[in-house]
Design a protein around this ligand. Structure first.
Ligand code: 3HC
Ligand code: NAI
Length: 696
């Protein structure tokens, strides 16, 4: 018998136990084992079959590592049909997460029981595919078209109670999956219950599938799988029989399986899990963190404190004045009220989090017992060094001292203490209690234990933590500054900011760079430009229209006007006509004759600038692996997940073409478009970024 599926006979019941840790994915051995188990049960004269999973879960889906490789027999859809066709009574007993192909095996069984904590769902669209083993045909037959559409197009996991309510399972029972499954199967046999195949049930009802398709396309912002899944469910309602529906599902599944979006989304799935695995952390235990200090309660400090409180960490926050204390408390309470309104916390929890769990003070002595401190004061080296000096004298030994600086050198900050090994950068993104990205910046003397503590904190706060070395802007802001510059250059040369924003949102970003500037406040970037101006390389092209807008007092959303005009109560803005005048003036002063750019060229320049800078970041060792950059862009900058990240996108487009385009742009502006040495090297060796991910 197969090692992946154990076979056991309990009276008239054949028991098939999946043992393929960690999540009982339905790889080839599991599929072979299931088929062999069904055949053996039938040939041995069993009357029922029980399927369940050993360890932490029932099957959590197809084995994603097999995607893109030649499929191996038995295929999952055929296996599901075979299970359903068995003359014996087949029962699935679910615990843990019955997902994707896993739930499809359960739907092919004749009866389903689950423990109360079991979760189930068809999350395939999040991997760029759709349920391909009958899920789009069987689920609507049980739950109805509308409920099936909602579950399949969102990939949402539902609990056992909701599954029972939707008729997806027949019973909920507390206990071990083997025991509750055996009892249920015996009860069915004793009652003479019939074999009950979902595929033989009547087709589900009609709904407005075209409207659902349109809505899925719009919500997907360029992601195709949810919309394709609508068409598959439609086939369940419209096809002439169950077999024809399965065939349609298969066609749509195969189209998606062959798509670059599937590759992008699977890359995102595995990278999200790989990003926190660092060789230098193997066997290193993080320090215990039972409470946290935060210095500065402005936008970031308040957000960081909120995130810590929501993760169950008591917080001591230090501000400069009593007014600062009150303002910081107000911000944190505002954030937590939002969590309360969205049902994330209860009124009692709100009271506890804003009460005993939160101390806001002006005296650093209050930090005496905290285990980790995050500094989020003004972005000024003098102020930061002074704060770290004070932390050094007030914090107990062994405390991790972190800075949330966006651009400053963490080594210089660490040098203000007598314990630089304890100093690290923890770069949160705004709003810090919402955004998933956390860059963990390693300074020259940061110890592995402190780094491990940073990653452990990231996990506790439910962030995607990415290791970064030190450079101007670390991984994310450095790359963002470069592609934003590329956007400004195309505008200086003739494209409009609105064309750029549209091209970028059509690609799948939630916002373009100019709308983003308006949201963040144009004055912030203006200040950074002024700071950099004295050391700017004379070869750098400098668009002026951005500063001209700021000089007029227009800073974006906060002043009601920037690249767009924001009317009270209206979502989004309308183009500010003054911007075109400023651009024309800038062009005239710089002697530029504007030209038209196609949307494709705008996008290509934007993306080439992003990829080129990302390759520099990897080549210089600031990011360890291409996937680290990809995760930063996905979780901090709204890069569309279905492309996997800029370097996955680059691999999918072909590195040679990207390098050739960079060379052609360099003919106009050789300073900005200097090809990344790593990109040159990969192209000359015929390699991809993916190979670097695998070899790291
Ligand atoms: N295939 C292969 N490996 C898988 C896997 C799968 N379906 N699901 C999880 N893994 C791996 C992870 O990569 C990870 O490996 P690592 O330890 O080497 O990093 C390990 O299993 C544990 O996974 P997590 O760290 O994610 O563990 P959690 O406990 O946090 O989460 C989970 C468990 C909820 C099952 C989560 O892993 C998950 O969501 N998995 C994907 C589920 C899914 O999408 N299933 C549908 C697959 S597509 C399909 O079935 C097609 C069919 O319709 C034909
Ligand atoms: P902010 O101006 O909103 O808040 C700074 C707070 O620090 C103020 O409330 C101020 O009173 C307080 N403060 C100043 N000196 C202090 C001291 N010596 N002791 C105690 N409190 C002091 O600034 P913001 O936006 O919160 O930024 C803070 C830090 O986070 C900066 O280093 C910034 O670069 C970084 N950052 C900002 C992001 C953003 O989007 N705003 C994103 C990521 C990092």
């Amino acid at each position: 018998m197969s090692e992946a599926i154990a076979y056991e006979r309990v009276g008239e019941i054949a028991v098939l136990k999946a043992q393929n840790p960690p999540v009982n994915a339905l790889g080839i051995d599991v599929r072979k084992g299931l088929l062999a188990g069904i055949e053996r049960a039938e040939s041995e004269g069993a009357r029922a079959i029980l399927i369940y999973g050993d360890g932490r879960t029932y099957f959590s889906g197809a084995d994603i590592r097999e995607f893109g490789k030649p499929p191996q027999d038995p295929y999952l859809p055929d296996l599901c049909s075979r299970i359903e066709a068995s003359p014996l009574i087949v029962v699935s007993s679910m615990h843990g997460t019955a997902l994707g192909g896993g739930l499809e095996v359960a739907l092919s069984s004749h009866y389903r029981i689950a423990v109360p904590a079991a979760k189930m769902g068809l999350p395939e669209v999040n991997l760029g595919i759709l349920p391909g083993a009958g899920g789009t045909q069987r689920l609507p037959r049980l739950a109805g078209s509308e409920a099936a559409l909602e579950m399949i197009t969102t990939g949402r996991h539902i609990g056992a109670a909701e599954a029972l309510d939707k008729r997806i399972i027949d019973r909920i029972e507390a206990g071990e999956p083997r025991e509750i499954g055996l009892a249920y199967a015996q009860e069915l046999l004793d009652a003479g219950a019939p074999r009950r195949a979902v595929g033989e049930m009547p087709a589900p009802g009609m709904v407005d599938f075209d409207a659902a398709h349109k809505a899925a396309l719009k919500k997907g912002r360029g992601q195709l799988s949810p919309a394709a899944a609508v068409r598959a469910v439609q086939a369940a309602a419209e096809a002439e029989d169950f077999g024809a529906g399965l065939k349609r599902e298969r066609e749509l599944f195969q189209e998606l399986m062959a798509s670059p979006q599937r590759q992008g989304l699977v890359h995102a799935f595995f990278s999200e899990r790989a990003v926190g695995k660092l060789p230098e952390l193997a066997g290193i235990a993080p320090r215990e963190v039972a409470s946290m200090g935060v210095i500065g309660g402005g936008t970031m400090g308040a957000g960081i404190a909120t995130a810590a409180l929501l993760a169950g960490l008591p917080v001591v926050l230090i501000e400069m004045t009593d007014a600062g204390v009150a303002a910081a408390r107000g911000r944190i309470e505002g954030n937590l009220k939002g969590a309360l309104m969205r049902g994330k916390i209860t009124q009692t929890q709100y009271g506890q989090l804003t009460g005993e769990a939160l101390t806001v003070a002006t005296d650093y002595a209050a930090l005496g017992q905290v285990d980790l401190v995050v500094e989020a004061v003004f972005e000024d080296m003098g102020v930061k060094r002074e704060v770290f000096g004070k932390l050094d004298s007030h914090c107990k030994p062994g405390v991790v001292l972190a800075t949330n600086t966006s651009y400053l050198d963490v080594d210089d900050i660490a040098a203000a203490t007598s314990r630089p090994g304890d100093v690290i950068g923890l770069h949160f993104f705004s709003p810090a209690h919402v955004m998933k990205l956390l860059e963990i910046v390693v300074a020259a003397q940061t110890t592995p234990e402190v780094l491990a503590t940073g990653f452990a904190l990231g996990k506790r706060l439910k962030k995607v933590a990415v290791r970064s070395g030190i450079c101007d802007g670390f991984i994310g802001n450095r790359i963002m500054n470069t592609y934003r510059k590329a956007a400004e250059y195309v505008v200086l040369d003739g494209a409009s900011p609105y064309q750029v924003d549209k091209v970028v949102t059509d690609f799948g970003f939630p916002m373009g760079p100019f709308a983003m500037g308006d949201l963040a406040g144009l004055d912030i970037n203006w200040a950074a430009r002024k700071r950099r101006a004295p050391t700017r390389d004379p070869r750098e092209r400098v668009p002026r229209f951005y500063e001209m807008l700021c000089e007029g007092g227009d800073f974006g959303q906060k002043t009601g006007k920037g690249f767009y005009i924001y009317e009270d109560g209206k979502r989004g803005g309308v183009p500010n006509p003054q911007v075109a005048e400023l651009i024309a003036e800038d062009q005239e002063q710089q002697g530029i004759t504007p030209r038209a750019f196609s949307d494709a060229e705008v996008l290509r320049r934007y993306m080439c600038a992003m990829v080129n800078e990302a390759a520099k970041v990897v080549g210089e060792g600031i990011a360890r692996r291409p996937l680290d950059v990809d995760m930063v862009m996905l979780f901090g900058f709204g890069f569309p997940r279905f492309w996997g990240g800029p370097l996955k996108w680059a691999d999918l487009q072909g590195l040679e073409g990207i390098l050739a385009d960079i060379h052609s742009y360099a003919a106009e502006d050789g300073f900005f478009w200097q090809p990344a040495p790593l990109l040159d090297k990969l192209v000359s060796e015929g390699r991809s970024f993916e190979i670097l991910n695998q070899s790291a």
